[in-house]
Design a protein around this ligand. Structure first.
Ligand code: NDP
Length: 418
């Protein structure tokens, strides 16, 4: 295959352009380490001054790289097992469609079996709490190395395999955004694998480690810890059960695989999404059954699941009985847009459900600290930014039809608010 330095006709740069692409890879990894330190400090305040900094000895443990690489190898093994069906992705620029194994839920179940076995063998899973910082350092290191590998390999990919946004010719920006859309080693799809497996399953394993640490310290798991573990396990199990739906998301269809997604998948998700569980180890919270019920009611799982499934079903087969009666508008591309059902409520009902769930995960941590709400705040910013990006792409794709959709459905995420 020949060396490909060709650039795409460039749309406007995202994430603050070159400056953003230079600063984010420095700032976000430091944020992960900082939050992990704050979370285990007695005050647990993100605003405390001087900021909590870990002694260098706490950043490294020789066991950490072994665990991270072993974990990646184990999840790759599960990915390659001939279990589950093969599904086709969306049509690519050259008219072809890639095949993806839909076996993420089996990977989660197999991991659960291995965890049960390791508990039975007496492995100290609570030790994950002590290892959090070194594990995060290694996951960040792996993210940089993998992104570099992807950036270099992308120069051998054919032009039609490059992502629209990540090949501007500016190395820093392209490294960050990702040049190649679907990098693969043989049939092993690196982006699809990282998107839902090592990071997402790793997140619930870390949560479980925090629960075991709590059992070690206080002889039993608290209701707050059980709720946080339960909510987040439901979220991850749902994502893997509905793994096929990821094939129509922006990450897979539009974005290149570069540092932004690699770091998000392998370091940001497992180590910042598990902050609530880690927080509860050091700052136990008592939660009444009433409080637990309120948290449960806040979970927007139903909205999240129904809206994602509706759009996925509609994109895969618009004649399916569950979506065939919904009102739609035509676009010049031949694709139609839903204007009733969940997608007639707001333009991103799935984000609304996701944000409600984020709130429900934080409530069991009480109201005395801001840190457990970091996820809600960060996620709101992320989804508002993501919604704006998606809106730009859709307006470019669908033109006038998108404008009439916006007139029909004026709110973006929160009905009558935003
Ligand atoms: P969506 O699944 O919302 O996909 C957006 C695409 O859907 C658009 O580009 C368009 O693509 C299509 N679309 C938009 N409006 C309509 C309509 N009215 N009718 C039919 N199709 C429409 O995007 P995301 O990938 O951002 O999100 C997927 C899920 O992942 C969400 O639930 C989100 O909350 C979650 N998520 C979670 C994250 C986390 O860290 N936990 C991070 C990011 C996302 P086209 O027309 O080309 O099909």
């Amino acid at each position: 295959m020949k060396f490909n330095k060709q650039k795409s006709p460039q749309a406007e740069k995202e994430f603050g352009g070159t400056l953003g692409a230079t600063c984010i890879p420095v700032f976000l990894p430091l944020t992960v380490l900082y939050l992990l330190c704050v979370c285990r400090s007695p005050v647990a305040s993100v605003l405390q001054w001087p900021p909590v900094l870990p002694p260098t000895a706490q950043l490294w443990d020789p066991l950490a790289p072994v665990l991270i690489l072993g974990w990646m190898a184990l999840q790759s093994f599960f990915y390659l097992l001939p279990m589950g069906k093969l599904s086709e992705g969306m049509v690519l620029k050259d008219g072809s469609r890639l095949k993806y194994p839909i076996n993420g839920f089996y990977a989660l179940c197999s991991t659960a079996v291995l965890l049960t076995l390791s508990l039975w063998l007496g492995m100290p899973l609570g030790y994950l709490f002590e290892l959090l910082l070194p594990l995060a350092v290694c996951a960040i290191g792996v993210s940089f190395l993998l992104s570099l590998y992807l950036y270099i390999c992308s120069f051998w990919a054919p032009h039609h395999a490059l992502a629209q946004g990540g090949n501007t010719g500016n190395p820093l920006y392209d490294f960050f955004m990702g040049r190649e859309l679907n990098p693969r080693i043989g049939s092993f799809d690196l982006k699809y694998f990282c998107e839902l497996r090592p990071g997402l399953i790793g997140w619930v394993v870390i949560n479980f480690g925090m629960l075991m640490k709590e059992v070690e310290l206080r002889d039993s798991a608290s209701l707050a810890m059980i709720l946080v573990n339960g909510f987040q396990l439901l979220y991850v199990a749902d994502a893997l059960w509905n793994e096929e739906a990821v094939l129509t998301t922006m990450d897979i269809v539009h974005d290149g695989f570069g540092f932004m997604l690699v770091f998000g998948d392998l370091a940001w998700v497992p180590f910042t999404y598990s902050l609530q569980a880690a927080f509860l180890v050091v700052h136990p919270q008592s939660l009444s059954p009433l409080g637990a019920t309120i948290c449960y009611i806040c979970a927007g799982y139903y909205i999240f699941r129904k809206s994602n499934s509706q759009k996925n079903q509609f994109r895969r087969d618009p004649t399916h009985p569950s979506v065939a009666n919904l009102e739609t508008i035509a676009t010049a591309t031949g694709k139609r847009l839903l204007v009733s059902g969940w997608w007639g409520l707001v333009r991103h009902p799935n984000y609304l459900g996701d944000l409600l769930m984020a709130l429900a995960w934080s409530l069991p941590c009480g109201f005395n600290h801001l840190l457990p709400y970091f996820y809600v705040v960060y996620f709101t910013v992320l989804l508002i930014h993501r919604e704006a990006r998606d809106e730009r792409h859709c307006r470019a794709k669908y033109g006038l039809a998108w404008d009439s959709y916006c007139r029909r459905v004026p709110y973006r995420i929160f009905p009558y608010i935003y």
